[in-house]
Design a protein around this ligand. Structure first.
Ligand code: PEP
Length: 257
C-alpha cells in the first residue's frame, strides 16, 4: 500500500559512464511524474557517481544497492558494509535476490542478518522471495515463499516492518526469461505474502509493507500487474536497462495503480 515503488535492478550491467548518462536522461524523461517512487540500483562501482548525478539534477529518483554484507567493517575482502552504502546516499538495498541465492549460496539466515543490518543503518531492504519452476510445478509455491518470508524477516518488529520494508515476489522462472507470471497468479502470491506479514506483524504493518512483483515486467504488462490490490510496485531487471522501457514502465505504473 502507500506509494507504489518501481525499482530498476541493473545487475552486473553498465559502466560508470553509462550509468551516469542513463540517469541524467531518465531524470529528464520522468520529471513531473507524481504518485510513484522511482529507484535505480546500479552496480557498486557506479553508485557514488549516480548519486552525484541524481543530486545535481534534483531528479527525485532514489538510489539502491543490489547487495551488502551485514558487518559494519572488518576483514571481509570484497564485501561492502551498510554504512558505506548509506554514506554514498543509498536509500534502498536489494537483499536475497534469487541470483544471490542461486549463485552465491545466500540462505534465509544470511538474508535475515542483512535485513537487520540494513535497518540498523536506516537502509530500506527490498527483500526478494520466490519459487523455482520445479517448486511451482510440484505445488510448493506457498511453502517455499512462506519459508523465505518467515526466515528472511525473523525477529523483525512490527514497527520496523511498518517503517518502509519492501518485499519483492520474484518467481525465479519469470526472471530474465520473458515469461511473466499472469497478473492473477502474481496477485495470488502477493496476497499470500500479505497474509504472512499480517500473521507476523499485525494488520497495520502488513498494509504498510509494499509488496512488489518482479519477473519480466515490461511496459505492456505493468498497468495490469499494478492494478492488482496486493501489487504495490515492480522490481524490474532487463527492462530497466533501457531508458525508453523503464520510463514507460514508470508511467504505466501510475496509470495502473
Ligand atoms: C530482476 O532482476 O529482479 C528481474 C525481475 O529481472 P527481469 O525483469 O529481467 O526478469
Amino acid at each position: 500500500m502507500g506509494t507504489p515503488i518501481i525499482a530498476g535492478n541493473w545487475k552486473m550491467f553498465k559502466t560508470v559512464g553509462e550509468a551516469v548518462n542513463f540517469v541524467s536522461e531518465l531524470a529528464v524523461r520522468v520529471a513531473g511524474i507524481k504518485g510513484v517512487e522511482m529507484v535505480v540500483c546500479p552496480p557498486f562501482t557506479a553508485l557514488a557517481a549516480v548519486a552525484g548525478q541524481l543530486r545535481d539534477q534534483g531528479a527525485g529518483i532514489a538510489l539502491g544497492a543490489q547487495n551488502m554484507y551485514w558487518e559494519d567493517e572488518g576483514a571481509y575482502t570484497g564485501e561492502v558494509a551498510p554504512g558505506m552504502l548509506k554514506e554514498i546516499g543509498c536509500r534502498y538495498v536489494i537483499l536475497g535476490h534469487s541470483e544471490r541465492r542461486q549463485y552465491f549460496g545466500e540462505t534465509d539466515a544470511v538474508v535475515n542478518k542483512k535485513v537487520h543490518a540494513a535497518l540498523a543503518h536506516e537502509l530500506i531492504p527490498i527483500v526478494c522471495v520466490g519459487e523455482r519452476l520445479e517448486e511451482r510445478e510440484s505445488g510448493n509455491t506457498e511453502e517455499v515463499v512462506r519459508r523465505q518470508v518467515e526466515g528472511s524477516l525473523a525477529e523483525l518488529t512490527a514497527r520496523q516492518a511498518a517503517a518502509g520494508l519492501v518485499v519483492a515476489y520474484e518467481p525465479v522462472w519469470a526472471i530474465g526469461t520473458g515469461r511473466t507470471a499472469s497478473a492473477a497468479d502474481a496477485q495470488q502470491v502477493n496476497k499470500f505474502i500479505r497474509g504472512l506479514l499480517r500473521n507476523l506483524f499485525g494488520e497495520a504493518a502488513a498494509q504498510a509493507v509494499r509488496i512488489q512483483y518482479g519477473g519480466s515486467v515490461k511496459p505492456g504488462n505493468t498497468a495490469e500487474l499494478m492494478a492488482q490490490p496486493d501489487i504495490d510496485g515492480a522490481l524490474v531487471g532487463g527492462a530497466s536497462l533501457e531508458v525508453d522501457s523503464f520510463t514507460d514502465i514508470i508511467k504505466n505504473a501510475v496509470v495502473g495503480y
